[in-house]
Ligand binder design. Sequence first.
Ligand code: LLP
Length: 415
Amino acid sequence: MSFTYRNGALCAEQVPLDEIAQRFGTPCYVYSCGAIESAYGEFTQALAGRDALLCYSVKANSNLAVLALLARLGAGFDIVSGGELARVLAAGGDAGKTLFSGVGKTEAEIEFALARGIGCINVESEAELERIARIARRLARRAPVALRVNPNIDARTHPYISTGLRETKFGVAHADAERLYRRAASLPELELVGIGCHIGSLLNEAAPYVAAAQRLVELVDRLASAGVRLRHIDVGGGIGIRYKDEAPQPIAAFVRGALGALGARKHRVIFDPGRSLVGNAGVLLTRVEYVKPGATRNFLVVDAAMNDLIRPPLYGAWHEVLAVREMEAGAPAAVYDVVGPVCESGDFLAKDRRLAAREADLLAILSAGAYGMVMSSNYNSRPRAAEVLVAGAEAHLVRRRESVEELFAAERIPG
Ligand code: LLP
């Protein structure tokens, strides 16, 4: 475990979190190198002997240090914007091992990706296919493309993060895929390299994942008999992690299931996991500003807020909260809502938690490594948190805290 108590203090690997708070201040995201390496290892072990590529989904946590760590481990990347590609390149990632997904790629983003030698553009509509061909023609390049197929499978997850049903905006309809592949095959500017899908995030069971992979494989076979041969099958990301008491199937079960669907086919298999690599590798460290008992509810007002971690109000997501100093005997325990200073009733990090906390105590909000910092904002003119990466006994500041001046540095008063 990467976040455990040692001598009464919660630590990230070997570094006590109170030391990190003292050095870098709060609120602060703290990531564990070891936890990321170990999750990555679960994938590579399950994929041993197979032609496979892990394309880390940058949207989950795009800090350059995290990207550089994954690039060193051999990962490729799954990106959804020119901005994410720029991050991958800045972190030393390989554009050739990068997939570009997303329903709204602009001309400029497609040009940038082709110019940098993107490994594959995952096409999400017919109009996008034509646009990519036009741009490739203009640049006198061949564009490597795959179709992202919407398999119309219910991922059985939160509706906001379910992406594999017909009514969502993602991918091309399964029924249209064959026609679009034929169209793509007729365009000399396009190089058909693969096929992909992604049915949603935070999946606890492998069954829908495997069903989606099977639908892709059926299509791949049909296309092959029509003369369209593809090199890779991208089965997406979406593997869940434990936040509370869920029991998601292990990474190996998802991998084995997907490999089972591929059978003896020799295609390269691609996974694009985000959360399962980094979610439990990070915590949000925050300090109690005020203990505020009330008639009906008690509040711990902390210095982190919904602008730092929006998952609780946005999805009703549950994040474990631990006191950084183990409860001392006799400390007054009560049931609290852990809330931030932002002026919204939706500004909470956790509700109904039994904690023994006093003013100035530190709390760790767990499982905050994925979709935490990346979804943060400056609402209420709050500078964004610092980020720290721990490796063994070393803590590195990998993003300094923003200053208030930076928040309005781009603004101008006219006249
Ligand atoms: N590939 C594609 C095409 C995706 O759209 C996503 C996530 C992933 C891979 C990575 O999925 P993961 O392995 O992380 O589940 N903000 C939400 C999650 C949104 C996920 C969007 N797409 C949350 O905080 O739960």
